[in-house]
Design a protein around this ligand. Sequence first.
Ligand code: UGA
Length: 451
Amino acid sequence: MKVAVVGTGYVGLATGISLAYLGHKVTCIDIAVDKIESLRQGKLPIFEPGLEELFLKAKQNLHFTTSFTQGLEQSNVIFLAVGTPANSDGSSNLTYLFSAVDETIAYLSYHKWPTVLVNKSTAPVGTSDLIVERVEAACIQHVVTVASNPEFLSQGKVVNDTLYPERIVIGGDDRAIRVLQELYSPIISQSFASPEQTPRPKHLKGVPIISVDTRSAELAKYAANAFLAMKISFINEIANLCDLVGADVTKVAAVIGKDSRIGSSFLQAGIGYGGSCFPKDTLALQFISNTIGYDFKLLSSVISVNNSQKFIIIEKLREELGPLYGKKIAVLGLTFKPGTDDIREAPSIPIIHSLLSGGAEVYVHDPVALDKARASLPSTVHFMNQLSDALIDADGALLITEWPEYLEIDAEYLSSVMRRPLFIDGRNAMDTSSWRGIIEYRGVGISNNEN
Ligand code: UGA
């Protein structure tokens, strides 16, 4: 089929490149001239395991353009995958989305080619209906069918999540479902040769399609992210309780996670969730609820727990070191999670600001995000290319992102280079079985009670 994808962020690129890999003819459209130029030269603007391989293999089916006229020509399916960032009141900024919609409708009003206009951007409930209104206003509803097809990609796993999703959700009418079913048929039946770097999970034989109305599809996206955020805030509250009652949250999570009704994922306690999705989407869902007069109390608590959770490790640092003025603190990791260079809404940023306001000397290290972070942090922060330079003579180290290289840090090494071998693990990620007596270790909700 012929496919156009508007927006070349994580979702747009993963969708476009994967569909081209599966044999469709894909044109990716973006208004950012530099981005399109570098994509044409074969350079990916994002760091994603396995995407380069797919990109190389799909090259002959992929085109990049800044022109809607060129990109939309004769497309059977047009995906909208542009950013919907948060406004200061928590609502979603739909400027980019509707500008893409208007450009698309302007083109289709003239060419009247039958197509399915599919929104993949996370957008408030009712957005598809607003797109339908514009399609009707342009009198092209007989050729253009509107659908909602939310994505559930995790950064660092976008190739896996695109080729081997747990479900494909389609909100729309019979025609939209039929066309998208055909488009996704290699994924639905898992009938394609899997790329070397992203092999098919052994158990996967096929992928279910869930077809619903557009409003349910739109709300399901927010509900999924809010539910996962709720699991994280829940386990973080249990962790805080563990600290007070002398229990260990990793053991509590292991016990409750074995219950298949609860599930073991997203029960990793620590400094809370960040990134470009959970913080934005929970606020947007809260905004949607408030706008219609519904007080979503549980969601408000999820957000408020997450806002305060990141500062728990600074309290722990103060409990051990007293005032932070003049103390050298090593901050390990800046990105919101490992496997990405994204620092959007990363807990590291407010944590570093708080350390600085306490007068600490802050030395940061990250394997991939130092350059990106320079723009978001004050010039008083020391950016260290070598992990050892951040740790030498430090009065304490904070683990913010569980990058694999940090998990291998040796206790003897830490104790030999740090002024005080105090290690506060904001992700409960370190294996500390051989650390006792060498390092002063504190996790989040991990008591030192051995009984
Ligand atoms: C999230 C969802 O997992 C995807 O399903 C969704 O499609 C995506 O948002 C989106 O809306 O586009 P992502 O933001 O890439 O994906 O990252 P996650 O792996 O979900 O992690 C989010 C944050 O939660 C990270 O800061 C991570 O450190 C934190 N987290 C995660 C925890 O603190 N504990 C956990 O147990 C799991």
